[in-house]
Design a protein around this ligand. Sequence first.
Ligand code: ZN
Length: 258
Amino acid sequence: MTMLNVQVNRDRLWQSLMDLARIGATEKGGVRRLALSELDGEGRALVCRWFREAGLEVTVDRIGNIFARREGADPSLPPIVSGSHIDTQPSGGKFDGNYGVMAALEVARTLNEAQLRTRAPYEVAIWTNEEGTRFTPVMMGSGVFAGAFELEYALAQRDLDGCSVQEALQRIGYAGDAQVGGRSFGAYYEAHIEQGPVLEEMGVPITNTTMLGSLIKATGIVNIESLGEPIQNRFGKIAQKNVNAYTRSHKETTIIKK
Ligand SMILES: [Zn+2]
């Protein structure tokens, strides 16, 4: 059996997180990058540049969700998707949301470097306005995608200055033309830094193992075509190293969000 030694580049992942955190950096070491603000536009531009440099094809839908696609050997298969949000709370941190997107990008970069071709396409997602501090409802982009809200309803929401979501999207150049939703994913997984005590208080188990297991389960249907072997073990190793290294050095709590 051919063994592959595939590992994410943890220094590169860390550097990307730090570079992104400079946009909207606060004096106390956090980040303030509200949804669809000018700074959110700058953050999106930087990450989209990274997507394109990684050879991913970038699509923006009408609510401003971004999908960066790495084609699979069989493009007719539904994509395996991973991502999160890069908008932040008014006094947000460097990792909430951002880690999920950067980790998903790191997977694509790692697959490129290892010259691995997956059977299904792989996509990195950035969901619009997950935090909901400037515009409500929260989890807006993913909500429209999943059919929880109507697109027109979401686009018509206004911030305290009277600016609508539609206007804000146009202002920063992310009023895309792709249809929102209407397609299925083979699997979706999200690495998420949770900063509140709610899940802990509810007794929901929060462990690396839970996350790792979910990642393995989610990615299990991806295969390396040239070898014809399930990739889940290798993905598992990637995820394990990634998560262990990250949580060990930064003592954040890591969970699966959805
Ligand atoms: Zn979040």
